[in-house]
Design a protein around this ligand. Structure first.
Ligand SMILES: C[S@@+](CC[C@H](N)C(=O)[O-])C[C@H]1O[C@@H](n2cnc3c(N)ncnc32)[C@H](O)[C@@H]1O
Length: 290
Protein backbone atom coordinates (compact mmCIF):
# COMPACT_ATOMS: atom_id res chain seq x y z
CA UNK A 1 0.00 0.00 0.00
CA UNK A 2 1.36 3.45 -0.91
CA UNK A 3 2.58 5.58 1.95
CA UNK A 4 3.98 2.62 3.90
CA UNK A 5 6.75 1.74 1.41
CA UNK A 6 9.92 3.78 0.97
CA UNK A 7 9.63 5.51 -2.42
CA UNK A 8 12.61 5.31 -4.75
CA UNK A 9 13.22 8.76 -6.22
CA UNK A 10 16.90 8.06 -6.93
CA UNK A 11 16.63 5.91 -10.08
CA UNK A 12 18.31 7.42 -13.16
CA UNK A 13 15.66 8.66 -15.62
CA UNK A 14 16.53 6.13 -18.35
CA UNK A 15 16.38 3.22 -15.91
CA UNK A 16 13.04 4.36 -14.48
CA UNK A 17 11.60 4.79 -17.99
CA UNK A 18 12.72 1.31 -19.04
CA UNK A 19 11.13 -0.20 -15.92
CA UNK A 20 7.86 1.71 -16.49
CA UNK A 21 7.72 0.57 -20.13
CA UNK A 22 8.32 -3.01 -19.06
CA UNK A 23 5.59 -2.76 -16.41
CA UNK A 24 3.00 -1.45 -18.89
CA UNK A 25 3.79 -4.16 -21.47
CA UNK A 26 1.41 -6.36 -19.45
CA UNK A 27 -1.27 -3.62 -19.13
CA UNK A 28 -2.04 -2.76 -22.75
CA UNK A 29 -5.35 -1.60 -24.25
CA UNK A 30 -8.38 -1.79 -21.95
CA UNK A 31 -6.21 -2.84 -18.98
CA UNK A 32 -4.03 0.27 -19.22
CA UNK A 33 -5.44 2.29 -16.29
CA UNK A 34 -5.11 -0.82 -14.10
CA UNK A 35 -1.37 -0.61 -14.73
CA UNK A 36 -1.31 2.71 -12.83
CA UNK A 37 -3.49 1.35 -10.03
CA UNK A 38 -1.13 -1.62 -9.71
CA UNK A 39 1.88 0.69 -9.27
CA UNK A 40 0.06 2.75 -6.64
CA UNK A 41 -1.03 -0.43 -4.82
CA UNK A 42 2.60 -1.61 -4.61
CA UNK A 43 3.68 1.92 -3.75
CA UNK A 44 7.48 1.54 -4.04
CA UNK A 45 7.99 2.54 -7.70
CA UNK A 46 6.32 5.87 -8.54
CA UNK A 47 8.99 7.52 -10.71
CA UNK A 48 6.75 10.42 -11.79
CA UNK A 49 6.08 11.42 -8.18
CA UNK A 50 8.20 14.53 -7.56
CA UNK A 51 6.99 14.97 -3.96
CA UNK A 52 6.34 18.70 -4.34
CA UNK A 53 4.20 20.89 -6.62
CA UNK A 54 5.17 22.17 -10.07
CA UNK A 55 7.31 25.33 -9.82
CA UNK A 56 6.04 26.10 -13.34
CA UNK A 57 2.40 26.05 -12.19
CA UNK A 58 3.20 28.28 -9.20
CA UNK A 59 4.92 30.79 -11.54
CA UNK A 60 2.04 30.67 -14.01
CA UNK A 61 -0.55 31.41 -11.33
CA UNK A 62 1.54 34.11 -9.65
CA UNK A 63 3.14 35.84 -12.65
CA UNK A 64 0.68 35.35 -15.52
CA UNK A 65 -2.51 36.66 -13.94
CA UNK A 66 -2.87 38.96 -16.97
CA UNK A 67 -3.66 35.81 -19.00
CA UNK A 68 -4.98 33.32 -16.42
CA UNK A 69 -6.87 35.75 -14.21
CA UNK A 70 -7.20 35.25 -10.45
CA UNK A 71 -8.94 32.60 -8.36
CA UNK A 72 -12.19 34.58 -8.15
CA UNK A 73 -14.66 35.01 -10.99
CA UNK A 74 -17.79 37.10 -11.23
CA UNK A 75 -20.96 35.04 -11.75
CA UNK A 76 -24.31 36.82 -12.10
CA UNK A 77 -22.88 39.81 -10.29
CA UNK A 78 -21.49 37.75 -7.38
CA UNK A 79 -17.90 36.63 -6.83
CA UNK A 80 -17.27 32.90 -6.59
CA UNK A 81 -14.13 30.80 -6.42
CA UNK A 82 -12.97 29.26 -9.66
CA UNK A 83 -13.21 25.48 -9.90
CA UNK A 84 -10.00 23.70 -10.78
CA UNK A 85 -9.41 20.10 -11.86
CA UNK A 86 -6.19 18.11 -11.82
CA UNK A 87 -6.86 14.86 -13.71
CA UNK A 88 -4.52 12.03 -12.70
CA UNK A 89 -3.45 14.10 -9.69
CA UNK A 90 -1.13 11.45 -8.22
CA UNK A 91 -0.24 12.46 -4.64
CA UNK A 92 -2.27 15.67 -4.97
CA UNK A 93 0.55 18.23 -4.62
CA UNK A 94 -0.72 20.48 -7.43
CA UNK A 95 -4.27 20.31 -6.03
CA UNK A 96 -3.04 21.72 -2.72
CA UNK A 97 -1.08 24.39 -4.59
CA UNK A 98 -4.23 25.50 -6.46
CA UNK A 99 -6.14 25.54 -3.16
CA UNK A 100 -3.47 27.79 -1.65
CA UNK A 101 -4.01 30.21 -4.54
CA UNK A 102 -7.74 30.34 -3.67
CA UNK A 103 -9.21 27.82 -6.11
CA UNK A 104 -11.79 25.20 -5.18
CA UNK A 105 -9.62 22.38 -6.45
CA UNK A 106 -10.47 18.78 -7.31
CA UNK A 107 -7.90 16.02 -7.79
CA UNK A 108 -9.14 13.07 -9.84
CA UNK A 109 -7.53 9.66 -9.60
CA UNK A 110 -8.29 6.27 -11.07
CA UNK A 111 -6.07 4.57 -8.49
CA UNK A 112 -7.72 4.20 -5.07
CA UNK A 113 -4.29 3.95 -3.44
CA UNK A 114 -3.27 7.28 -4.95
CA UNK A 115 -6.26 8.86 -3.20
CA UNK A 116 -5.13 7.36 0.08
CA UNK A 117 -1.69 8.87 -0.61
CA UNK A 118 -3.37 12.27 -1.23
CA UNK A 119 -5.19 12.11 2.11
CA UNK A 120 -2.05 11.12 4.00
CA UNK A 121 0.03 13.78 2.25
CA UNK A 122 -2.56 16.48 2.94
CA UNK A 123 -2.67 15.58 6.66
CA UNK A 124 1.10 15.81 6.92
CA UNK A 125 1.83 18.71 4.60
CA UNK A 126 -1.15 21.10 4.67
CA UNK A 127 1.11 23.59 6.49
CA UNK A 128 3.50 23.65 3.50
CA UNK A 129 0.82 25.39 1.42
CA UNK A 130 0.20 28.81 3.00
CA UNK A 131 -2.46 31.15 1.63
CA UNK A 132 -0.96 33.06 -1.32
CA UNK A 133 -3.19 36.10 -1.13
CA UNK A 134 -4.92 37.06 2.12
CA UNK A 135 -7.60 39.01 0.21
CA UNK A 136 -8.56 35.84 -1.71
CA UNK A 137 -7.93 33.30 1.08
CA UNK A 138 -7.75 29.54 0.69
CA UNK A 139 -10.09 27.49 -1.49
CA UNK A 140 -11.06 23.87 -0.90
CA UNK A 141 -9.29 20.65 -1.89
CA UNK A 142 -11.24 17.51 -2.67
CA UNK A 143 -9.91 14.18 -3.92
CA UNK A 144 -12.23 12.13 -6.10
CA UNK A 145 -12.10 8.56 -7.36
CA UNK A 146 -12.96 7.99 -11.02
CA UNK A 147 -12.00 7.51 -14.63
CA UNK A 148 -11.33 10.76 -16.49
CA UNK A 149 -13.15 9.39 -19.55
CA UNK A 150 -16.49 8.75 -17.80
CA UNK A 151 -19.04 11.04 -16.12
CA UNK A 152 -19.79 9.07 -12.97
CA UNK A 153 -17.30 10.95 -10.75
CA UNK A 154 -18.60 14.42 -11.63
CA UNK A 155 -21.28 14.49 -8.94
CA UNK A 156 -18.74 13.69 -6.22
CA UNK A 157 -16.80 16.87 -7.05
CA UNK A 158 -19.61 18.77 -5.29
CA UNK A 159 -20.17 20.86 -8.45
CA UNK A 160 -23.05 18.77 -9.86
CA UNK A 161 -23.32 16.00 -12.42
CA UNK A 162 -22.72 18.46 -15.28
CA UNK A 163 -19.67 20.03 -13.61
CA UNK A 164 -17.38 22.16 -15.78
CA UNK A 165 -14.09 23.65 -14.68
CA UNK A 166 -12.60 27.16 -14.86
CA UNK A 167 -9.07 25.79 -14.76
CA UNK A 168 -7.71 22.36 -15.66
CA UNK A 169 -4.08 21.51 -15.06
CA UNK A 170 -2.37 18.71 -16.97
CA UNK A 171 1.05 17.58 -15.88
CA UNK A 172 2.24 14.11 -16.88
CA UNK A 173 -1.34 13.09 -17.69
CA UNK A 174 -1.28 13.58 -21.49
CA UNK A 175 2.14 11.89 -21.69
CA UNK A 176 0.84 9.05 -19.52
CA UNK A 177 -1.80 8.10 -22.10
CA UNK A 178 -1.20 5.46 -24.77
CA UNK A 179 -1.17 7.15 -28.19
CA UNK A 180 -4.59 5.74 -29.28
CA UNK A 181 -6.14 7.43 -26.18
CA UNK A 182 -5.02 10.94 -27.18
CA UNK A 183 -8.11 11.83 -29.29
CA UNK A 184 -10.35 10.92 -26.30
CA UNK A 185 -8.06 12.91 -23.96
CA UNK A 186 -8.49 16.04 -26.11
CA UNK A 187 -12.27 15.58 -26.44
CA UNK A 188 -12.64 15.13 -22.70
CA UNK A 189 -10.57 18.26 -21.95
CA UNK A 190 -12.81 20.21 -24.30
CA UNK A 191 -15.95 18.83 -22.59
CA UNK A 192 -14.75 19.53 -19.05
CA UNK A 193 -13.42 23.06 -19.64
CA UNK A 194 -16.12 25.67 -19.08
CA UNK A 195 -16.97 27.39 -22.38
CA UNK A 196 -16.00 30.80 -21.05
CA UNK A 197 -13.23 33.22 -22.04
CA UNK A 198 -12.04 33.16 -18.40
CA UNK A 199 -11.62 29.36 -18.31
CA UNK A 200 -8.18 27.93 -19.09
CA UNK A 201 -6.60 24.55 -19.65
CA UNK A 202 -2.96 24.77 -18.56
CA UNK A 203 -0.60 22.06 -19.82
CA UNK A 204 2.94 21.70 -18.58
CA UNK A 205 4.25 20.07 -21.74
CA UNK A 206 6.61 17.17 -20.95
CA UNK A 207 8.65 15.31 -22.15
CA UNK A 208 9.30 17.57 -25.11
CA UNK A 209 12.62 16.12 -26.27
CA UNK A 210 12.19 12.38 -25.73
CA UNK A 211 12.57 10.49 -29.03
CA UNK A 212 9.13 9.24 -30.10
CA UNK A 213 10.43 5.79 -31.02
CA UNK A 214 11.45 5.23 -27.38
CA UNK A 215 7.75 4.63 -26.54
CA UNK A 216 6.46 5.20 -23.03
CA UNK A 217 5.02 6.08 -20.64
CA UNK A 218 5.91 8.87 -20.60
CA UNK A 219 5.24 9.14 -24.33
CA UNK A 220 7.01 11.87 -26.32
CA UNK A 221 4.92 15.03 -25.95
CA UNK A 222 6.33 17.93 -27.96
CA UNK A 223 4.21 21.10 -28.28
CA UNK A 224 2.91 20.04 -31.71
CA UNK A 225 1.29 16.93 -30.21
CA UNK A 226 -0.85 19.07 -27.85
CA UNK A 227 -1.58 21.49 -30.70
CA UNK A 228 -2.75 18.87 -33.18
CA UNK A 229 -4.92 16.99 -30.67
CA UNK A 230 -6.52 20.00 -28.99
CA UNK A 231 -7.23 21.56 -32.41
CA UNK A 232 -9.06 18.35 -33.41
CA UNK A 233 -10.63 16.87 -30.24
CA UNK A 234 -11.84 13.30 -30.66
CA UNK A 235 -10.33 12.97 -34.13
CA UNK A 236 -7.51 10.84 -35.39
CA UNK A 237 -4.20 12.67 -35.70
CA UNK A 238 -1.61 11.26 -38.08
CA UNK A 239 1.67 9.95 -36.65
CA UNK A 240 4.63 8.77 -38.74
CA UNK A 241 6.18 5.31 -38.42
CA UNK A 242 8.46 6.48 -35.60
CA UNK A 243 5.58 7.93 -33.59
CA UNK A 244 6.10 11.61 -34.43
CA UNK A 245 2.99 13.75 -34.92
CA UNK A 246 2.50 14.85 -38.51
CA UNK A 247 1.46 18.50 -38.46
CA UNK A 248 -1.10 19.66 -40.98
CA UNK A 249 -1.05 23.45 -40.63
CA UNK A 250 -3.64 23.84 -43.42
CA UNK A 251 -6.30 21.72 -41.71
CA UNK A 252 -9.00 23.92 -40.15
CA UNK A 253 -9.68 23.33 -36.48
CA UNK A 254 -12.63 21.09 -35.58
CA UNK A 255 -15.80 21.66 -33.52
CA UNK A 256 -14.94 21.85 -29.82
CA UNK A 257 -11.33 22.77 -30.62
CA UNK A 258 -9.39 24.63 -27.95
CA UNK A 259 -7.31 27.58 -29.02
CA UNK A 260 -3.80 28.11 -27.69
CA UNK A 261 -3.74 31.58 -26.15
CA UNK A 262 -0.34 31.39 -24.47
CA UNK A 263 2.85 29.38 -24.96
CA UNK A 264 6.15 29.91 -23.16
CA UNK A 265 9.00 28.12 -21.45
CA UNK A 266 8.69 28.49 -17.69
CA UNK A 267 11.51 30.12 -15.72
CA UNK A 268 11.72 26.99 -13.56
CA UNK A 269 10.37 23.45 -13.67
CA UNK A 270 10.96 20.05 -12.10
CA UNK A 271 14.52 18.73 -12.59
CA UNK A 272 13.30 16.04 -15.00
CA UNK A 273 12.09 18.81 -17.32
CA UNK A 274 15.62 20.24 -17.72
CA UNK A 275 18.55 19.07 -19.86
CA UNK A 276 22.08 18.19 -18.69
CA UNK A 277 23.02 21.91 -18.74
CA UNK A 278 20.01 22.69 -16.50
CA UNK A 279 18.16 24.40 -19.37
CA UNK A 280 14.37 24.14 -19.12
CA UNK A 281 12.88 21.83 -21.80
CA UNK A 282 9.23 22.00 -20.68
CA UNK A 283 6.66 24.41 -22.09
CA UNK A 284 3.54 25.91 -20.59
CA UNK A 285 0.57 26.08 -22.96
CA UNK A 286 -2.73 27.78 -22.14
CA UNK A 287 -5.92 26.82 -24.00
CA UNK A 288 -9.47 28.20 -24.21
CA UNK A 289 -12.69 27.59 -26.04
CA UNK A 290 -12.96 29.83 -29.09
C1 LIG B 1 2.28 9.86 -14.58
S1 LIG B 1 1.15 9.90 -13.26
C2 LIG B 1 1.10 11.66 -12.88
C3 LIG B 1 0.57 11.99 -11.52
C4 LIG B 1 0.62 13.49 -11.15
N1 LIG B 1 0.05 14.32 -12.16
C5 LIG B 1 2.02 13.92 -10.79
O1 LIG B 1 2.54 14.83 -11.46
O2 LIG B 1 2.60 13.36 -9.86
C6 LIG B 1 -0.39 9.66 -14.06
C7 LIG B 1 -1.53 9.49 -13.07
O3 LIG B 1 -2.76 9.40 -13.80
C8 LIG B 1 -3.60 8.45 -13.16
N2 LIG B 1 -4.53 7.97 -14.20
C9 LIG B 1 -4.21 7.22 -15.28
N3 LIG B 1 -5.30 7.02 -16.03
C10 LIG B 1 -6.33 7.67 -15.43
C11 LIG B 1 -7.71 7.84 -15.74
N4 LIG B 1 -8.25 7.30 -16.83
N5 LIG B 1 -8.47 8.59 -14.91
C12 LIG B 1 -7.92 9.16 -13.79
N6 LIG B 1 -6.62 9.02 -13.44
C13 LIG B 1 -5.84 8.28 -14.25
C14 LIG B 1 -2.63 7.40 -12.64
O4 LIG B 1 -3.16 6.63 -11.59
C15 LIG B 1 -1.43 8.22 -12.24
O5 LIG B 1 -1.43 8.57 -10.87
Amino acid sequence: MSGTQPIRRDLPVEEARAALKQHFSTFQGQKYAEGWADLWAKGDFLPWDRGHPSPALADTLADHADLIGHAMVDENGKPRRKRALVPGCGRGVDVLLLQSFGYDAVGLEYAADALKACEDYEKEHAGDYPVRDEKVGKGTARFVHGDFYTDDWLESTGFGKDAKFDLIYDYTFFCAMQLPMRPAWAKRMSQLLRPDPQANLICLEFPTNKPAQAGGPPFASPPKAYLEHLSHPGEEVKYDAEGNVRMNPLAPSSPGALERVGHWQPADTHKVGKDAEDKVQDWISVWRHR
